[in-house]
Design a protein around this ligand. Structure first.
Ligand SMILES: [Zn+2]
Length: 93
């Protein structure tokens, strides 16, 4: 839970500089149950991603089937990015 809260804090501060004019201030409470985060090397992340059908190199990914985020432990940006996918956001599609 502490890691999840840290990621949310990092995510919210990290995204503040890229908010667009379409953003509307609001409060949104999101709960992600049974979420796993696997911290691994970039090599291992890509190895696992290829097993799931990835065709290009990635920094991290979210596997919705196992509700698992794969990212490097010190890559807060990517971990936060994948956390948004765990929330179910389709914000960059
Ligand atoms: Zn993404």
């Amino acid at each position: 839970m502490r890691i999840l809260l840290s990621l949310i804090i990092i995510l919210s501060t990290g995204c503040a500089s890229v908010l667009t004019g379409n953003y509307q201030a609001r409060t949104e409470k999101v709960r992600v149950a049974n979420l796993w985060i696997v911290y691994a090397s970039r090599e291992k992340i890509n190895e696992e991603c290829i097993k799931r059908g990835c065709t290009k190199e990635v920094k991290g990914f979210y596997d919705p089937l196992t509700k698992t985020i794969w990212c490097e432990k010190t890559d807060y940006h990517t971990c936060g990015h994948e956390l948004r996918h765990a929330f179910g956001d389709n914000w960059h599609r």
